[in-house]
Design a protein around this ligand. Structure first.
Ligand code: G
Ligand code: G
Ligand code: MN
Ligand code: NA
Length: 254
């Protein structure tokens, strides 16, 4: 398709960029960021990922795009690690299921980490529950191999998939990300309050960190803190921003 061939050009001409959305602690202090890809199209302007990631997945382009992304993310994290103010930030990167299931994915990630010289202990890979549709043994094995590089693994959009808790327990994860659909109606929908509390409890029980996504208001932030959540992400703190703007926004207040 036209889009597919445009995407090949985009890779060659380096038209992809990463934006960074802040993640904060309970005091609102920056602790890291999630990297979110954008396509800077020469004619159409900034194109959001939902308009091209599916095409990348169908066409196999997700492999080279994912490689570019991992390289870019490792370079950025490596820069932060040289900077006194940002040296402890974590950087989370989204991995699509198609990419994850690709032969050679783990080796490629390890190689990119090595070549970049980054300390991987602040690198986090986000997978989604839809990965659960894959062969469970193969998935668990792959996650263990990935973690040999000393990086962290997060379950993105948690609570929207179908994975059972007994399955979740078997996965070598570090972090659960509460899906923003549950955060949206906090203070409005009591069942969402219960779901969020339950997810935080599951995290505690399994020894996983929990981060709430999609925090848009002070009320949501306060409720999440009351429930015991310690990490937060959402428009209330910052939108995804180009690297420079993100880095400037992290300058501590005098
Ligand atoms: O702002 P946002 O529009 O960035 O992202 C929309 C969707 O695209 C989210 O589901 C997000 O996980 C996905 N996405 C964003 N960046 C990336 C990326 O770098 N790789 C993959 N595979 N998905 C991404
Ligand atoms: O699927 P994933 O969680 O990776 O994607 C994150 C998506 O959520 C991105 O599209 C990002 O722009 C968006 N996002 C981040 N914070 C907020 C928020 O507070 N509200 C809403 N509506 N979307 C958000
Ligand atoms: Mn994500
Ligand atoms: Na998410």
């Amino acid at each position: 398709s036209q889009l597919e061939s445009d995407l090949r050009d985009a890779l060659e001409q380096e038209q992809f960029v990463l934006h960074y959305q802040k993640q904060v602690d309970d005091k609102g202090r920056t602790i890291g960021a999630e990297a979110l890809i954008r396509w800077k199209h020469p004619v159409r302007g900034m194109i959001p990922p939902f308009e091209f990631i599916p095409v990348c997945e169908e066409s196999g382009l997700i492999v080279p795009v994912g490689q570019w992304l991992m390289k870019e993310a490792c370079q950025k994290l490596n820069q932060w690690q040289q900077n006194e103010r940002m040296k402890d930030y974590t950087l989370s990167v989204n991995i699509s299921m198609k990419e994850f299931m690709e032969e050679g994915f783990v080796r490629q990630v390890h190689q990119t980490i090595e070549e970049s010289g980054v300390n991987p202990s602040n690198l986090e890979l986000e997978i989604t529950e839809s990965i659960g549709h894959a062969n469970p043994e193969e998935l668990i094995e792959k996650l263990h191999l990935l973690r040999l590089a000393d990086l962290s693994l997060a379950m993105d959009d948690f609570g929207t998939g179908y994975s059972s808790l007994s399955y979740l327990k078997k996965l070598p994860l570090d972090v659960l990300k509460i899906d923003q659909s549950f955060v949206r109606d906090l203070g409005v929908d009591t069942s969402d309050e219960s779901i969020v509390q339950a997810i935080i409890k599951v995290g505690e029980t399994l020894g996983l960190e929990v981060i709430a996504e999609g925090v848009e208001s002070e009320e949501q932030f306060e409720l999440l803190k009351q429930y015991g959540c310690r990490k937060f992400q959402g428009y209330y703190f910052a939108r995804p921003l180009p690297a420079e703007e993100f880095e400037q926004s992290c300058v501590p207040c005098p």
